[in-house]
Ligand binder design. Structure first.
Ligand code: ATP
Ligand code: MG
Length: 455
């Protein structure tokens, strides 16, 4: 897919060029046409354009590149003119989103920044033409490399390639200064330690010290940004090692309730093999298993996560320590209520009990071995004859009981539904027989069993 002279060589960088590793050359050869078109167009207008940031890092690591960001020497207004269907997604920071086929690419004008005064964002942005300065303001050496697409060369003034080979995360410039400029870099640092199947990287000495000394800087970072990074860490393959290090370095104390340096049991629990199958939200619930639910709720609200995420974690948290008994009836109710989460709940209970964690609400007495028994029983539990839905509705019950609309009717319906599930009833006739055997009077409806877990 190469046309003669396409893409045109763009403005040359003010940093020395080096050869690209073979893997990167192969990756460049497979770039979509839309990327080459963008590069060509910027060059035609006398600009410089480079692939920067995470895409260069991931291409060098030989892992999937999920999005491509450009640095360009043209000013944002000019970019908008050259690419009429682009969007000004962050124009005050020089970023426009370029449409390329069915996706968008962010192109950010080269810039130099004045000092960070509030520990969060640069106070003023100036457009520049120096790739060198642009790479200098980036956080870590592995994120401060650039690729010249047309010339097929790389710019790596901070030796990110060498750090990739060593498996080491290093700040661009003086680590202490760079971390104290922007507290979010603390979380980004821990996130980049997790290299997935390639294991866990190390911080270089200076960065490691800077992170510990500046952990408090996280307090100046907006909670939405913290949550975005923290969730990525929680979803990482090597979550246990990374979170353990964060606890040890005093970072977790900045946004989770409690004191985390001495939480060895909670950290050990994250190493359990089941944790691999849990998503980030479930892992967070597990980390917070011993905290009081009120503290957990406050911390989650504070992190500004979505209501859906918060409810998911709080539901898990409120069920910690509870188990169905081994009877068929109880297992059926348990599976009907938790649906696809039933198996995960038992696995969480195994993890908690294997590591002597005591949920804030207290735990039932069963050992981890007994919970393994429940897990087997759940796997062997036959499907219900008539599925999970109630076989009868409110009208059906009103006709047979004379109850009017209201609370008692709702409670009776839920009670019958529970009995249907517990006894695996197959049809309306069987439900009717059960209804006839119930001794109910309207006054005590609040005592009637419901279809719920835990009871
Ligand atoms: P991801 O794979 O998660 O997208 P990324 O490194 O591409 O990782 P982005 O947030 O997309 O992360 O940022 C793109 C690039 O911008 C980074 O590679 C880095 O060079 C720079 N960058 C991002 N955040 C910061 C920051 N807080 N301080 C300095 N440079 C940053
Ligand atoms: Mg990115």
């Amino acid at each position: 897919m190469t046309r003669e002279g396409w893409p045109n060589p763009a403005l040359q960088a003010d940093v020395p060029a080096i050869e690209c590793p073979t893997g990167v050359i192969e990756w460049l050869e497979k770039l979509p046409t839309s990327v080459l078109d963008i590069a060509s167009k910027v060059a035609e207008h006398g600009g410089g354009i480079w692939i920067v940031g995470g895409a260069v890092r991931d291409a060098c690591l030989g892992i999937d590149v999920h999005d491509i960001d450009f640095a360009v020497s043209l000013e944002p207004q000019q970019m908008m003119e050259i690419f009429p269907d682009s969007l000004p997604t962050g124009i005050e920071y020089g970023t426009v989103s370029l449409r390329g086929g069915d996706q968008f690419y962010e192109a950010t004008t080269l810039r130099t920044e004045s000092d960070y005064e509030d520990g969060r964002r640069p106070e003023q942005v100036h457009w520049g033409v120096s790739l060198s300065e642009d790479l200098e303001r980036r956080d870590f050496t592995i994120n401060a490399m650039a690729i010249d697409i047309a010339r097929k060369v790389m710019h790596d003034p901070h030796h990110g390639l060498q750090d990739i080979e060593r498996g080491m995360l290093r700040a661009v410039g003086q680590a202490y200064r760079r971390i104290s400029e922007d507290g979010l870099r603390i979380l980004r640092a821990y996130r980049f330690l997790d290299r997935g199947t390639a294991g866990v990287w190390k911080f270089d000495f200076e960065l490691s010290e800077a992170l510990r000394q500046n952990a408090h800087m996280l307090k100046a970072v907006t909670h939405e940004r913290i949550w975005m990074e923290w969730l990525k860490i929680l979803n990482g393959k090597n979550v246990a090692a990374v979170v353990e290090k964060m606890a040890h370095d005093g970072v977790l104390d900045c946004f989770l309730p409690g004191e985390w340096r001495s939480q060895h049991l909670r950290m050990a629990a994250l190493h359990h093999p089941y944790v691999h199958d849990f998503d980030g939200l479930t892992r967070l619930a597990l980390i917070l298993s011993e905290s009081f639910s009120i503290e957990v709720e406050e911390a989650l609200i504070d992190l500004k996560m979505s209501k859906k995420e918060r409810t998911y974690i709080l539901d898990l948290h409120s069920r910690f320590g509870t188990l169905p008994d081994a009877s068929l009836a109880s297992m059926r109710v348990f599976r009907t209520v938790l649906e696809q989460h039933a198996e995960q709940h038992l696995k969480l209970e195994i993890v908690l009990r294997s590591h002597d964690l005591s949920p804030s609400m207290g735990s039932s007495n069963e050992s981890a071995d007994e919970v393994y028994g429940l897990l087997e029983a759940l796997e062997e539990l036959a499907p219900l004859k008539s599925g999970n839905q109630s076989l009868v509705d409110g009208h059906w019950i009103m006709q047979r009981t004379g109850l009017g609309k209201g609370r008692a009717l709702g409670r009776l319906k839920a009670w019958l539904h529970r009995l249907q599930i517990e006894r695996d009833l197959a049809n309306e006739g069987e439900v009717e027989a059960v209804l006839c055997s119930l001794h109910w009077t309207e006054e005590n409806h609040s005592d009637w069993p419901q279809l719920q877990f835990p009871d």
